[in-house]
Structures are given as structure tokens and as C-alpha cells.
Write a protein that binds this ligand. Structure first.
Ligand code: SAH
Ligand code: SF4
Ligand code: F3S
Length: 456
């Protein structure tokens, strides 16, 4: 594709951001777009017409990191076709690798860490002068207290029915396998007033569901407000129909938070509680600070109050030294808890983490085979659980048209099941009463009970 350069680049610059990794990176991408809008950039979905391409990177597993370098290799062609194109690398790989990226990938113009995205305008003006920039300094704890400057609140118009808000950044846990404390730094909680102001803007612009983000949301504390109190304050926002959060750490999940699911109407009956392994010895070596016994107690805390709550988890197979019996314990935990959804990963050694130094790393084929068995077990559970939902009545928040099927809308239940609804013209943002009539492997099929929304 040929590219026409506008005469006056100031008036028509286009940016393409490719996001890898978790919701925190998606959130950061939104913030980058807001910062760049102030600099007269508009977003494009087509790399060929971009004046600026940013890769927002992830280093959680080796595979994620490799993707970044292969993508940079691919961009070499675009850069030689258009020497004015600027390429930046942000996110977790950038934070860890810094200048090394500039050395390894000559087509990159600038590299910036996870604390530096609000310095984009300054970096870009230096890049425009032909400089190569690497900026990965962590800011002093106090300076990043409200790690999102106020001006980014000005433009809420591009947000949709669902939005995310970061309430903490960083992590103090240092699980032995995890790179996040290195890429995101120490845990910092944003001031509640700042979070609520962001939520108010979003709701005023049409957002109906907010998901609070943090590596360990339930250790949130700022200005005397703890996590449950923050949920209470957000629950009070008029027109905010649904509130969720991701991820709580099992060690910090207590009865008070379980109670909040009952007392706060907007808090959805759904929780992600990352287990990682079903073996106490592996959990100790992972530095997770709970046992299977306490994990089962936490699940019971929630299910005693809300038997219908949807529960998802993260699991790692093939952690260094994991025996067949220990892997079986993870399988047993999955069969006992009957999670609605699991995210399972083969252990990947990350430079700088403790577990990378542990002996007895397992062969790739052993990890793959365990992952396969785990997925098969879970598939059966999901099928049974989805079938059990057939006939039930669900409140669905409509998110928009189905991307493939005509005359079909999609949305989610409060339990976060995706539902497709035929012959449905209800607009995005409305709540609908839906009867579940069937299930696909990863979603439900439903029938609108009335064309009028449930409420709101
Ligand atoms: N803060 C979140 C998780 C962030 S990373 C939490 O504590 O739950 C998301 C998931 O990636 C983790 O829960 C873990 O299951 C997985 N993960 C992290 N490091 C990994 C590694 N080195 N190898 C394989 N999976 C990993
Ligand atoms: Fe990583 Fe553990 Fe922190 Fe989660 S809690 S981000 S897994 S160190
Ligand atoms: Fe990846 Fe960084 Fe998120 S390593 S999972 S993008 S915090």
C-alpha cells in the first residue's frame, strides 16, 4: 500500500499502537492514546498509514517477549518504505531491556518504561530532532502516587460500555516465577478521589461497567480507604450498573470482601482467584503464602454467600521440580473447585526471578503434555457447567453486534459469561433479561425475554 504524507504533518499525524499482554497494558495503551490526542495524533488501525507505531510490550513469558522482536523485524520493511515513520517500544519488555532494544533493533527510535508514558510528548519532540531515546527511570514513590495526571481525564468520549480503571500499579509480592515486580516496580495505590473522578467521567460518557485493575487489588490502601471501602464508594455512583475487579490475591481475600458481593448491588457475582498450583510444596516454592486448605476456605467464603458466583483462576504447569503427583494435585484442585474458566500456562523461566535459578527445570514436552491433560479436564467441566445454565434467566449487558452473525447481539451476564442473542436490536449499554437456550464451548446462546431493558 502506498502512503501519502500530508503537507502539514502537524495537523494529521496518525498513531498505531499494538498491545501485548494483560489488561494493565490495554489500560496504558488507552492512556497513551489520550496523551497523543493532546499532541494532535489520531488513532489508526492500519500500520501502513501510521506516522508513529508503538509496541506496548509484555514479558510475562518468553513467548510474549519473542513476539515483540519478531514484530520489530517485520516493521523493518515499513520503515525502509517510509523513513519518516517513528517506532517506539513501551511496556514491560521496554522497562527491562531499555537501551538494549535500541542496539538490537536499529529501526526503533525510542524506548520507554512503564512509569514514563506521560513523557511521550517530550520524547517525541526529541525523536523528531533525530535523537534516539531510552527512558526507563522509575519515579520516586510519592511522585507516582496518582500515577495518572489529571489532563487525561478530559476525553472520555472514546470509551465504551465497559471500561477499566487502574487502582494500583506494581506489586510487592515477588512470587518466585513472576517478572511483574521488576517491570512495574513497588505497589502504589492511587488516591480514591482520583479513581472516583475517573469513574464519574466514564459513567457520564456512557460506561455502564467498570473493572478495577491491579496486580493485587485487594491490598489497595490510600488515604485511609481500603479496597472494600473503595468498592463501596464506587458502588454509590448512579448509572454504574456493574463493578468488577482483577486480580485479587488469595492471601488477601477475607470475609469482608466476600460480604461486599452481597451488600453492594453493582458488584458482579464473579471473581478471578489465581491458584497457580494445587500442591502445597509447589505453592511454597512459588512464594504464594497460602495452602490448598486455606484456598478451599476462601472459595467457601464466597460460595457460602453466593453459590452462583462464577470463579476463574490462573494455573502454571511444569514449575521447576513439579512431580507427576504434584501436577495431579493441580488436576484434583480443578476437579474439586470446578472453576468456570481457567487460564493455564506452561512455566517459563524469566531472567532475574528466583524460580529461574531453581534446579530441576522440566522438559518442554512434559510441560506440554501436562497442559493438554489439564485443558481436557477443564473442557469437560465447562461443558457441564454451561449445560447447567441452560434454561436459566440472566441479566445481560449488551455490548454490541455479533462480529460474524447477522441480527445477533452479544453481551455478558453478571457472571461474565459471553452470550449471543438472535433477533436482538437492543443497543449497546442496555440491560436485557435473557433466557439461556444453549451453549457453545466458550459462550452461551440466549433469547431476549422482552425488548425492554431489565432496568436503567
Ligand atoms: N497479578 C496477577 C497475575 C499477573 S500475571 C496475580 O497475581 O494473579 C498472570 C498470570 O501469568 C499469573 O497468574 C501466572 O499464572 C502466569 N505467569 C506469571 N509468570 C509466569 C511464568 N514465569 N511462567 C508461566 N506463567 C506465568
Ligand atoms: Fe506476579 Fe505474584 Fe505479583 Fe501476581 S502477585 S503480579 S503473580 S508477583
Ligand atoms: Fe505482561 Fe507486564 Fe502485564 S509483563 S502480563 S504486560 S504487567
Amino acid at each position: 500500500m502506498t502512503k501519502e504524507h500530508p503537507q502539514n504533518a502537524e495537523t494529521a499525524k496518525k498513531v498505531h499502537i499494538q498491545t501485548f499482554g494483560c489488561q494493565m497494558n490495554e489500560y496504558d495503551t488507552d492512556k497513551m492514546l489520550e496523551v497523543l490526542r493532546h499532541e494532535n495524533y489520531s488513532q489508526t488501525n492500519c500500520q501502513d498509514e501510521a506516522d508513529l507505531i508503538i509496541l506496548n510490550t509484555c514479558s510475562i513469558r518468553e513467548k510474549a517477549e519473542n513476539k515483540v522482536y519478531s514484530e520489530l523485524g517485520r516493521l523493518r520493511e515499513l520503515k525502509s518504505a517510509n523513513p519518516d515513520l517513528k517506532i517506539g517500544v513501551g511496556g514491560c519488555v521496554a522497562q527491562q531491556e531499555g537501551k538494549a532494544i535500541l542496539r538490537r533493533a536499529k529501526n526503533v527510535d525510542f524506548v520507554f518504561g512503564t512509569d514514563n508514558l506521560f513523557e511521550l510528548p517530550e520524547m517525541l519532540s526529541k525523536v523528531a530532532e533525530g535523537q534516539k531515546i531510552s527512558r526507563t527511570e522509575r519515579h520516586a514513590r510519592q511522585k507516582v502516587r496518582n500515577f495518572i495526571p489529571d489532563y487525561t481525564f478530559q476525553q472520555a468520549k472514546n470509551f465504551g460500555v465497559k471500561a477499566q480503571i487502574a487502582i494500583t500499579k506494581g506489586c510487592n509480592n515477588h512470587c518466585s516465577f513472576c517478572v511483574v515486580p521488576f517491570t512495574r516496580g513497588v505497589e502504589v495505590s492511587r488516591e480514591p478521589e482520583h479513581i472516583i473522578a475517573e469513574a464519574q467521567r466514564l459513567v457520564a460518557a456512557g460506561t455502564r461497567e467498570i473493572c478495577l485493575l491491579g496486580q493485587n487489588v485487594n491490598s489497595y490502601k490510600a488515604n485511609g480507604t481500603d479496597f472494600v471501602e473503595l468498592l463501596r464508594r464506587l458502588d454509590g455512583l448512579e448509572k454504574l450498573e456493574r463493578l468488577r475487579f482483577i486480580s485479587p490475591h488469595p492471601k488477601d481475600f477475607h470475609a469482608e470482601l466476600a460480604d461486599a458481593f452481597v451488600t453492594l448491588p453493582s458488584l458482579c457475582e464473579q471473581m478471578h482467584l489465581p491458584l497457580q498450583s494445587g500442591s502445597d510444596r509447589i505453592l511454597r516454592r512459588m512464594r504464594r503464602w497460602y495452602t490448598m486448605e486455606t484456598f478451599y476456605e476462601k472459595v467457601a467464603l464466597l460460595r457460602d454467600r453466593l453459590p452462583q458466583a462464577t470463579l476463574s483462576t490462573d494455573l502454571i504447569v511444569g514449575f521447576p521440580g513439579e512431580t507427576e503427583e504434584e501436577f495431579e494435585m493441580t488436576m484434583e484442585a480443578v476437579r474439586n473447585v470446578r472453576f468456570d474458566l481457567i487460564y493455564s500456562f506452561k512455566y517459563s523461566a524469566r531472567p532475574g526471578t528466583r524460580a529461574a535459578e531453581y534446579p530441576e527445570h522440566l522438559a518442554e514436552n512434559v510441560k506440554s503434555e501436562r497442559l493438554k491433560r489439564l485443558l481436557e479436564t477443564q473442557e469437560k467441566i465447562v461443558r457441564e457447567k454451561n449445560e447447567a445454565l441452560t434454561g436459566s434467566l440472566q441479566e445481560v449487558l449488551i455490548e454490541g453486534k455479533h462480529h460474524r452473525k447477522e441480527n445477533t447481539a452479544t453481551g455478558r451476564t453478571r457472571g461474565y459469561h459471553s452470550v449471543s442473542i438472535k433477533d436482538c436490536k437492543t443497543k449497546a449499554g442496555e440491560l436485557l433479561a435473557v433466557r439461556i437456550t444453549g451453549a457453545n464451548p466458550n459462550s452461551l446462546i440466549g433469547e431476549a425475554l422482552s425488548t425492554s431493558p431489565v432496568s436503567g
